[in-house]
Design a protein around this ligand. Sequence first.
Ligand SMILES: CC(C)(COP(=O)(O)OP(=O)(O)OC[C@H]1O[C@@H](n2cnc3c(N)ncnc32)[C@H](O)[C@@H]1OP(=O)(O)O)[C@@H](O)C(=O)NCCC(=O)NCCS
Length: 225
Amino acid sequence: MTELRIAIAGAGGFGRETADAVRDLYPGSDVFAGFLDDASPGLLIADQVLGPVDLVRELPGVRLVVCVGNPRNYFARAEIVERLGLPERRYATVVHPFAQVSRSSTVGAGSVLLAGVVLTADATISRHVAVMPHAVVTHDVVVRDFATLASGVKLGGGVVVDEGAYIGAGAMVREGVHIGAWSQVGMGSVVLRDVPDGEVWVGNPARKLRDVRRPEPSARRAVLR
Ligand SMILES: CC(C)(COP(=O)(O)OP(=O)(O)OC[C@H]1O[C@@H](n2cnc3c(N)ncnc32)[C@H](O)[C@@H]1OP(=O)(O)O)[C@@H](O)C(=O)NCCC(=O)NCCS
């Protein structure tokens, strides 16, 4: 019997995907404690919502995974983690049973790897990183805190995805390339050169589309998805 309990902040698409991953990891158990979501009254699965995100402070035995952040607001995960200020030990790491993590790779607290993800040799997934189904992270890649790899992303050897960056579905990044902090790569793009901090790049070969800036703390809203 395990006493592990995991709550998921955010009952949107990514949150529900992660909940299913937890249920697949611990079938027939009550490890999945429920969702924490500030918008619960409007949700289809409101019966699975324990309360607002801040309720986690009153659930000391429960570990949390923050599962928010869509392509239009991929800053939201960092926003919530910073707001909560919880110690790292309060966060769970969820690796779907059909993800393949090599023995030389590491996955940090609060990160989620969904089904079909592959980490080859010496890959580093830092904290609160979201890795969607079938992303392939090859040797020596570093993915820093709060980054997102959407489904089917492929990262060549030694790629660095810096803090908070979002790599869109099916994008490919050439070996050794650096993706700047809080930057975004459009779906299906092929990135051949370094992307500076705070820029959106699209296309094949990928080129700059526009600037993007993480909202200042005073301007941030408590957006959950
Ligand atoms: C890159 C992205 C953020 C741009 O969104 P946006 O700022 O709203 O841009 P728009 O849709 O207004 O498009 C602006 C221009 O960029 C082009 N463009 C947008 N996304 C593109 C992409 N992925 N590849 C190539 N060109 C793209 C558009 O065709 C348009 O070109 P035009 O001005 O010549 O007509 C978005 O298209 C994207 O790819 N998001 C990631 C989606 C994803 O991965 N989802 C998976 C998880 S659910």
